[in-house]
Design a binder for this molecule. Structure first.
Ligand SMILES: [Zn+2]
Length: 449
């Protein structure tokens, strides 16, 4: 029996490693593999903040990434996540190339047609694929007859080539063997690149590395275990990066390394948000996303009621900011500071939404002066304007203090608006990033055409 099992797993292992390559060969045989102009490859390191990346590059822990992406004189650049700083929200934005009010993915958990959907659960994961389908970068490039590849089973809607559901990776995840999952993606990618002609490589390749995020949740984003894993990612990527570098004389390759969001680096206090809302603002469905929570009330509340509720909530221990929307007006309240703006229900060219504030009438959220755009937290007003313009917006948003989280499991938390959660690293090889610009991550792939 053991021997049979061993043979089964061995066959399984080969099958999954070869899977993308086999799909590729099939396309080639059917005349469906088109010549590529150039290849764009995005390595998305889930959960890696700019702060951590900068430290680790500085202390020499990432020699392969550094050599590949940072020629002398080049510096690590920044991108920014949308709000909330969650995986599904930000990956939906990156792959759909759209801000959060156009993606329908305003959280890892959303309330949709009065039903709670949790994209992190296997049961609801299909809903995410449906949200992604027919409208993402894979779709856009497929329409031009380009080949695309996704090395993530769950994030591959419309990709021409993709990793298949892999039982061993699921088992590895249940055993917390995250390296197995990342390594398998990397091995399958290496196999594809090393056995195919460079001028027939896919036009776009998406590689989603998940181990750093899983370990950050469990041990903390700056724990010895997590940082050591980041080193492992660097050494595991060495061969792949060398392979990309070696082909540059015959084929143009633009490589990008970034993240979907970061982690809070100092959240350690816990507030039971369910209890707190029950006590102070009862009757709401509470969506707890760890470093933020949103409330959905069944009955519409009046502005007066929401004002009273906000005043109560902001006085609670561990709470830093409350925002609510009523009749298109968004009110933000912290301790001793408030800000109000009006939605104008109009899109702006380039992705923002039109709003009016006390000093500006009819301005795009992306064009706000720095003093307003970055009020309270980096890019917060820009991000919040987009968030509240989504058709599934909640009645109230609650942000805990920077050192506080609404989750009491694990040691790493994100979802909130602080710089460590919002500002992500951005490295590019063979492409120039405009200087002094911190782009929102949903614009990361816009340049591919
Ligand atoms: Zn993530």
């Amino acid at each position: 029996m053991m021997r049979l099992l061993f043979v089964f797993f061995f066959l399984c292992s080969c099958a999954t490693r070869n899977n993308v390559l086999n799909q590729y060969r099939e396309k080639l045989q059917n005349g469906l593999a088109h010549k590529s102009q150039r290849t764009h490859i995005l390595f998305l390191v889930d959960g890696l903040s700019y702060t951590v990346m900068k430290q680790q590059l500085k202390n020499g822990s990432l020699p392969n990434i550094k050599t590949f992406f940072l020629a002398p004189g080049q510096v690590l650049r920044k991108a920014h996540a949308v709000f909330p700083s969650l995986t599904f929200t930000n990956i939906a934005g990156i792959l759909k190339e759209k801000p959060v009010h156009q993606t329908n993915a305003i959280g890892n958990k959303i309330v949709y047609n009065n039903r709670r959907i949790n994209f992190e659960s296997l049961d609801d994961r299909q809903n995410f694929t449906e949200i992604m389908r027919a409208n993402n970068i894979f779709t856009r490039l497929n329409q031009k007859n380009y080949l695309t590849a996704s090395f993530d089973y769950g994030l591959a809607a419309d990709a021409s080539l993709s990793s298949e559901l892999d039982f061993q990776s699921a088992y590895a995840a249940s055993q917390s063997d995250y390296r197995y999952i990342d390594l398998k993606k990397n091995d399958a990618l290496k196999l594809l690149l090393s056995t195919t002609k460079t001028n027939q490589w896919p036009e776009f390749i998406f590689v989603h590395l998940v181990g750093y995020d899983f370990l950050s949740h469990r041990f903390g984003p700056q724990s010895a275990e997590t940082l050591s894993y980041l080193k492992t990612i660097d050494s595991d990527l060495a061969d792949t990066l060398n392979l990309l570098k070696k082909t540059e004389s015959e084929h143009q390759v633009i490589s990008i390394l970034s993240a979907d969001h970061g982690f809070s680096l100092n959240a350690k206090n816990y507030v039971d948000i369910g209890q707190l809302v029950k006590k102070t603002a009862p009757g709401a469905v509470v969506i707890n996303e760890s470093r933020m929570a949103s409330l959905y009330y069944e009955k519409p509340s009046s502005t007066g009621e929401l004002d009273t509720l906000t005043k109560k909530l902001i006085k609670q221990k561990g709470i830093e900011l409350i925002a609510y929307k009523k009749s298109g007006q968004i009110k933000l309240q912290t301790h001793g500071r408030s800000f109000t703006y009006q939605e104008l229900n109009q899109e702006c060219v380039g992705g923002g939404v039109k709003i009016s504030t006390e000093n500006f009438t009819d301005i795009c959220s992306t064009q706000l002066p720095e003093s307003i755009k970055n009020m309270f937290y980096p890019f917060f007003i820009e991000n919040l304007a987009s968030y509240f313009s989504n058709p599934h917006w909640p009645d109230v948003v609650i942000i805990p203090n920077a050192d506080t989280t609404f989750t009491n499991v694990g040691r790493g938390f994100h979802g909130g608006p602080t710089a460590d959660e919002t500002i992500t690293p951005l490295l590019m090889r063979n492409a120039k990033i405009p200087q002094d610009v911190i782009i929102p991550n949903w614009q990361l792939l816009n340049f591919i055409n």
